[in-house]
Design a protein around this ligand. Structure first.
Ligand SMILES: Nc1nc2c(ncn2[C@@H]2O[C@H](COP(=O)(O)OP(=O)(O)OP(=O)(O)O)[C@@H](O)[C@H]2O)c(=O)[nH]1
Ligand SMILES: [Mg+2]
Length: 281
Protein backbone atom coordinates (compact mmCIF):
# COMPACT_ATOMS: atom_id res chain seq x y z
CA UNK A 1 0.00 0.00 0.00
CA UNK A 2 2.01 3.02 -1.18
CA UNK A 3 1.71 6.52 0.31
CA UNK A 4 -0.17 5.51 3.42
CA UNK A 5 -1.73 8.49 5.18
CA UNK A 6 -1.64 8.14 8.94
CA UNK A 7 -4.46 10.05 10.62
CA UNK A 8 -4.86 11.14 14.25
CA UNK A 9 -7.74 9.33 15.90
CA UNK A 10 -7.90 11.31 19.10
CA UNK A 11 -8.26 15.01 19.81
CA UNK A 12 -4.98 15.19 21.70
CA UNK A 13 -2.72 16.04 18.76
CA UNK A 14 -0.14 17.81 20.90
CA UNK A 15 1.03 14.55 22.41
CA UNK A 16 1.20 12.91 19.01
CA UNK A 17 3.29 15.80 17.72
CA UNK A 18 5.65 15.20 20.60
CA UNK A 19 6.35 11.71 19.18
CA UNK A 20 7.42 10.64 22.62
CA UNK A 21 8.71 7.24 21.55
CA UNK A 22 11.04 8.59 18.89
CA UNK A 23 14.61 7.65 19.50
CA UNK A 24 13.76 5.23 22.31
CA UNK A 25 14.97 2.18 20.45
CA UNK A 26 16.82 1.57 17.20
CA UNK A 27 14.45 -0.04 14.70
CA UNK A 28 16.50 -3.22 14.39
CA UNK A 29 16.19 -4.02 18.10
CA UNK A 30 12.38 -3.75 18.24
CA UNK A 31 10.63 -7.12 18.05
CA UNK A 32 7.31 -7.53 16.25
CA UNK A 33 4.78 -10.21 17.19
CA UNK A 34 1.46 -11.23 15.70
CA UNK A 35 -1.50 -12.62 17.68
CA UNK A 36 -4.06 -14.64 15.69
CA UNK A 37 -7.29 -15.90 17.31
CA UNK A 38 -8.63 -19.01 15.60
CA UNK A 39 -11.89 -20.92 15.70
CA UNK A 40 -11.96 -23.61 13.01
CA UNK A 41 -9.75 -21.81 10.51
CA UNK A 42 -7.67 -24.75 9.19
CA UNK A 43 -8.59 -24.05 5.56
CA UNK A 44 -7.65 -20.35 5.81
CA UNK A 45 -4.41 -20.52 7.78
CA UNK A 46 -2.05 -21.52 4.92
CA UNK A 47 -3.07 -18.35 3.06
CA UNK A 48 -2.64 -16.14 6.12
CA UNK A 49 0.53 -17.61 7.63
CA UNK A 50 2.48 -17.67 4.37
CA UNK A 51 1.79 -13.97 3.84
CA UNK A 52 3.27 -12.81 7.14
CA UNK A 53 6.31 -10.65 6.31
CA UNK A 54 9.82 -11.57 7.43
CA UNK A 55 9.95 -8.57 9.79
CA UNK A 56 7.64 -10.51 12.18
CA UNK A 57 9.65 -12.26 14.91
CA UNK A 58 6.93 -14.28 16.63
CA UNK A 59 3.47 -15.61 15.73
CA UNK A 60 1.11 -16.61 18.56
CA UNK A 61 -1.99 -18.53 17.54
CA UNK A 62 -4.76 -18.59 20.17
CA UNK A 63 -7.13 -21.41 19.56
CA UNK A 64 -10.70 -21.50 20.85
CA UNK A 65 -10.81 -25.31 20.96
CA UNK A 66 -11.32 -25.73 17.21
CA UNK A 67 -12.78 -29.04 16.08
CA UNK A 68 -10.94 -29.02 12.75
CA UNK A 69 -7.18 -29.31 12.10
CA UNK A 70 -6.40 -25.69 12.90
CA UNK A 71 -3.43 -26.42 15.17
CA UNK A 72 -1.92 -29.17 13.03
CA UNK A 73 -2.18 -27.04 9.87
CA UNK A 74 -0.66 -24.04 11.66
CA UNK A 75 2.34 -26.09 12.80
CA UNK A 76 2.78 -27.62 9.37
CA UNK A 77 2.78 -24.29 7.58
CA UNK A 78 4.77 -22.41 10.22
CA UNK A 79 6.76 -24.77 12.45
CA UNK A 80 7.96 -21.93 14.73
CA UNK A 81 4.40 -20.85 15.60
CA UNK A 82 3.48 -20.67 19.30
CA UNK A 83 0.11 -22.23 20.08
CA UNK A 84 -1.95 -21.12 23.05
CA UNK A 85 -5.33 -22.37 24.26
CA UNK A 86 -7.68 -19.72 25.61
CA UNK A 87 -9.02 -20.23 29.14
CA UNK A 88 -12.56 -19.00 28.45
CA UNK A 89 -14.76 -18.37 25.42
CA UNK A 90 -14.86 -15.66 22.77
CA UNK A 91 -12.55 -13.54 20.62
CA UNK A 92 -11.94 -11.01 23.41
CA UNK A 93 -10.65 -13.67 25.79
CA UNK A 94 -8.60 -15.22 22.96
CA UNK A 95 -6.87 -11.91 22.24
CA UNK A 96 -6.21 -11.34 25.96
CA UNK A 97 -4.54 -14.77 26.12
CA UNK A 98 -2.46 -14.00 23.03
CA UNK A 99 -1.38 -10.62 24.39
CA UNK A 100 -0.36 -12.22 27.67
CA UNK A 101 1.62 -14.88 25.81
CA UNK A 102 3.36 -12.55 23.35
CA UNK A 103 6.97 -11.67 24.14
CA UNK A 104 7.40 -8.89 21.59
CA UNK A 105 7.72 -5.09 21.87
CA UNK A 106 5.08 -4.51 19.19
CA UNK A 107 1.96 -6.67 18.99
CA UNK A 108 -0.20 -6.89 15.85
CA UNK A 109 -3.76 -8.29 15.92
CA UNK A 110 -4.56 -10.40 12.86
CA UNK A 111 -7.62 -12.46 11.90
CA UNK A 112 -7.22 -16.01 10.62
CA UNK A 113 -9.93 -15.99 7.96
CA UNK A 114 -7.97 -14.08 5.30
CA UNK A 115 -9.77 -10.76 5.89
CA UNK A 116 -6.83 -8.85 7.31
CA UNK A 117 -3.84 -8.75 4.97
CA UNK A 118 -0.50 -9.50 6.66
CA UNK A 119 1.20 -7.48 3.91
CA UNK A 120 -0.11 -4.34 5.64
CA UNK A 121 1.84 -5.08 8.84
CA UNK A 122 4.82 -2.83 7.90
CA UNK A 123 2.51 0.21 7.71
CA UNK A 124 1.26 -0.44 11.24
CA UNK A 125 4.79 -0.93 12.53
CA UNK A 126 6.02 2.24 10.82
CA UNK A 127 3.25 4.24 12.47
CA UNK A 128 4.30 2.92 15.89
CA UNK A 129 7.98 3.51 15.18
CA UNK A 130 7.23 7.11 14.31
CA UNK A 131 5.81 8.01 17.69
CA UNK A 132 2.30 6.58 17.99
CA UNK A 133 1.30 4.28 20.85
CA UNK A 134 -1.57 2.54 19.08
CA UNK A 135 -2.11 2.09 15.33
CA UNK A 136 -5.67 1.32 14.37
CA UNK A 137 -6.74 0.02 10.97
CA UNK A 138 -9.60 1.77 9.20
CA UNK A 139 -11.58 0.57 6.20
CA UNK A 140 -13.11 4.03 5.80
CA UNK A 141 -9.98 6.11 5.22
CA UNK A 142 -8.84 6.87 1.69
CA UNK A 143 -6.80 3.86 0.58
CA UNK A 144 -8.83 1.46 2.74
CA UNK A 145 -11.99 -0.48 2.00
CA UNK A 146 -13.83 -3.74 2.47
CA UNK A 147 -14.99 -6.61 0.31
CA UNK A 148 -16.43 -8.27 3.40
CA UNK A 149 -18.65 -5.95 5.42
CA UNK A 150 -22.39 -5.88 4.74
CA UNK A 151 -24.36 -2.64 4.48
CA UNK A 152 -26.21 -3.51 7.70
CA UNK A 153 -23.00 -4.09 9.66
CA UNK A 154 -21.39 -1.01 8.16
CA UNK A 155 -24.25 1.23 9.32
CA UNK A 156 -24.17 -0.33 12.79
CA UNK A 157 -20.42 0.20 12.98
CA UNK A 158 -20.77 3.85 11.93
CA UNK A 159 -23.58 4.45 14.41
CA UNK A 160 -21.60 2.91 17.29
CA UNK A 161 -18.52 4.87 16.20
CA UNK A 162 -20.51 8.09 16.25
CA UNK A 163 -21.64 7.36 19.81
CA UNK A 164 -18.09 6.60 20.97
CA UNK A 165 -16.66 9.70 19.29
CA UNK A 166 -19.29 11.89 20.93
CA UNK A 167 -18.86 10.33 24.37
CA UNK A 168 -15.07 10.00 24.50
CA UNK A 169 -13.86 12.91 22.29
CA UNK A 170 -12.30 10.56 19.75
CA UNK A 171 -12.18 10.68 15.94
CA UNK A 172 -12.42 6.98 15.14
CA UNK A 173 -13.61 6.27 11.61
CA UNK A 174 -13.92 2.49 12.03
CA UNK A 175 -14.71 1.51 15.61
CA UNK A 176 -15.21 -2.24 15.25
CA UNK A 177 -12.36 -3.20 12.90
CA UNK A 178 -10.03 -5.86 14.28
CA UNK A 179 -6.73 -4.93 12.58
CA UNK A 180 -4.64 -2.99 15.10
CA UNK A 181 -1.09 -2.84 16.44
CA UNK A 182 0.38 -1.38 19.62
CA UNK A 183 3.41 -1.24 21.88
CA UNK A 184 3.26 -3.86 24.63
CA UNK A 185 3.30 -1.21 27.37
CA UNK A 186 -0.24 -0.26 26.22
CA UNK A 187 -1.49 -3.57 27.66
CA UNK A 188 -2.17 -2.39 31.23
CA UNK A 189 -4.21 0.52 29.80
CA UNK A 190 -6.13 -1.78 27.46
CA UNK A 191 -6.77 -4.20 30.33
CA UNK A 192 -8.64 -6.61 28.02
CA UNK A 193 -11.17 -8.27 30.32
CA UNK A 194 -14.10 -8.89 27.98
CA UNK A 195 -15.21 -12.06 26.23
CA UNK A 196 -16.46 -11.40 22.72
CA UNK A 197 -16.54 -9.13 19.69
CA UNK A 198 -16.85 -6.03 21.89
CA UNK A 199 -13.09 -6.32 22.37
CA UNK A 200 -12.06 -3.78 19.71
CA UNK A 201 -14.48 -1.20 21.09
CA UNK A 202 -13.28 -1.77 24.64
CA UNK A 203 -9.65 -1.36 23.57
CA UNK A 204 -10.32 1.75 21.49
CA UNK A 205 -12.14 3.47 24.33
CA UNK A 206 -9.54 2.56 26.93
CA UNK A 207 -6.50 3.66 24.92
CA UNK A 208 -8.18 6.99 24.21
CA UNK A 209 -9.16 7.51 27.85
CA UNK A 210 -5.62 6.69 28.92
CA UNK A 211 -4.38 9.55 26.71
CA UNK A 212 -2.35 7.24 24.47
CA UNK A 213 -1.35 8.53 21.05
CA UNK A 214 -3.62 6.78 18.55
CA UNK A 215 -3.46 6.97 14.77
CA UNK A 216 -5.51 5.34 12.04
CA UNK A 217 -4.05 3.46 9.07
CA UNK A 218 -6.02 2.78 5.87
CA UNK A 219 -6.64 -0.94 5.55
CA UNK A 220 -8.43 -3.14 3.04
CA UNK A 221 -10.54 -5.97 4.42
CA UNK A 222 -10.81 -9.00 2.15
CA UNK A 223 -13.66 -11.50 2.12
CA UNK A 224 -13.45 -14.41 4.53
CA UNK A 225 -11.88 -17.17 2.42
CA UNK A 226 -13.67 -20.26 3.77
CA UNK A 227 -15.95 -21.14 6.65
CA UNK A 228 -18.54 -19.05 8.41
CA UNK A 229 -18.38 -15.88 10.47
CA UNK A 230 -18.65 -16.16 14.23
CA UNK A 231 -20.11 -12.67 14.54
CA UNK A 232 -23.85 -12.14 15.03
CA UNK A 233 -24.56 -8.54 14.10
CA UNK A 234 -27.52 -7.85 16.41
CA UNK A 235 -26.30 -9.86 19.40
CA UNK A 236 -22.77 -8.51 19.16
CA UNK A 237 -23.93 -4.96 18.36
CA UNK A 238 -25.91 -5.04 21.62
CA UNK A 239 -22.83 -6.26 23.51
CA UNK A 240 -20.80 -3.41 22.01
CA UNK A 241 -23.42 -0.84 23.04
CA UNK A 242 -23.46 -2.21 26.59
CA UNK A 243 -19.67 -1.99 26.66
CA UNK A 244 -19.75 1.67 25.57
CA UNK A 245 -22.24 2.54 28.31
CA UNK A 246 -20.29 0.60 30.94
CA UNK A 247 -17.06 2.38 29.99
CA UNK A 248 -18.82 5.75 30.08
CA UNK A 249 -20.11 5.27 33.62
CA UNK A 250 -16.76 3.96 34.85
CA UNK A 251 -15.28 7.06 36.40
CA UNK A 252 -11.71 5.99 37.10
CA UNK A 253 -9.17 4.92 34.49
CA UNK A 254 -6.62 4.06 37.18
CA UNK A 255 -6.35 0.33 37.88
CA UNK A 256 -5.59 -0.97 41.33
CA UNK A 257 -4.13 -4.08 39.73
CA UNK A 258 -2.65 -3.16 36.31
CA UNK A 259 -1.81 -6.84 35.65
CA UNK A 260 -5.24 -8.11 36.73
CA UNK A 261 -6.40 -8.64 33.15
CA UNK A 262 -3.89 -11.45 32.46
CA UNK A 263 -5.80 -14.70 31.78
CA UNK A 264 -4.65 -18.23 32.63
CA UNK A 265 -3.86 -19.43 29.13
CA UNK A 266 -2.18 -22.75 28.39
CA UNK A 267 0.60 -23.09 25.85
CA UNK A 268 0.93 -26.22 23.70
CA UNK A 269 4.46 -27.26 22.84
CA UNK A 270 4.98 -29.38 19.73
CA UNK A 271 6.54 -32.82 20.14
CA UNK A 272 8.76 -34.05 17.31
CA UNK A 273 6.36 -36.90 16.57
CA UNK A 274 2.97 -35.20 16.83
CA UNK A 275 1.05 -31.95 16.84
CA UNK A 276 1.58 -30.92 20.45
CA UNK A 277 0.96 -31.53 24.12
CA UNK A 278 -0.57 -29.44 26.88
CA UNK A 279 2.54 -28.42 28.72
CA UNK A 280 2.28 -25.36 30.90
CA UNK A 281 0.04 -22.77 32.47
N1 LIG B 1 -9.81 -18.30 19.69
C1 LIG B 1 -10.96 -17.79 19.23
N2 LIG B 1 -10.99 -17.15 18.04
C2 LIG B 1 -12.17 -16.65 17.63
C3 LIG B 1 -13.35 -16.75 18.38
N3 LIG B 1 -14.35 -16.13 17.69
C4 LIG B 1 -13.80 -15.68 16.54
N4 LIG B 1 -12.49 -15.98 16.50
C5 LIG B 1 -11.52 -15.66 15.46
O1 LIG B 1 -11.49 -14.24 15.36
C6 LIG B 1 -11.31 -13.84 14.02
C7 LIG B 1 -12.48 -12.96 13.59
O2 LIG B 1 -13.67 -13.73 13.68
P1 LIG B 1 -14.75 -13.79 12.48
O3 LIG B 1 -15.67 -14.92 12.76
O4 LIG B 1 -14.04 -13.79 11.17
O5 LIG B 1 -15.54 -12.46 12.70
P2 LIG B 1 -15.60 -11.18 11.81
O6 LIG B 1 -14.30 -11.02 11.06
O7 LIG B 1 -16.01 -10.07 12.66
O8 LIG B 1 -16.76 -11.54 10.85
P3 LIG B 1 -16.72 -11.77 9.26
O9 LIG B 1 -16.34 -10.43 8.68
O10 LIG B 1 -18.06 -12.19 8.90
O11 LIG B 1 -15.68 -12.81 8.99
C8 LIG B 1 -11.17 -15.13 13.21
O12 LIG B 1 -9.81 -15.43 13.07
C9 LIG B 1 -11.87 -16.17 14.09
O13 LIG B 1 -11.39 -17.48 13.87
C10 LIG B 1 -13.28 -17.43 19.65
O14 LIG B 1 -14.26 -17.57 20.37
N5 LIG B 1 -12.07 -17.92 20.01
MG1 LIG C 1 -13.71 -12.33 9.65
Amino acid sequence: MPNVTVVDATIDTARRAAGRRLGLAPKASVTVGVVIPTLNEASNLPHVLTRIPAMVDEVVLVDGHSVDDTIAVARLVRPDIRVVLQDELGKGNALACGFAASSCDIIVMLDADGSTDPAEIPQFVDALMSGNDFAKGSRYLQGGGSADITRFRSSGNRMLGFVVNAMFRTRYTDLCYGYNAFWRDCLPHMHVDCAGFEVETLINIRVARAGLVVCEIPSFEHQRLNGTSNLRAVRDGARILRTIVRERVRTSTVRRDPEGWRPQFAELYALPSEGGQRASL
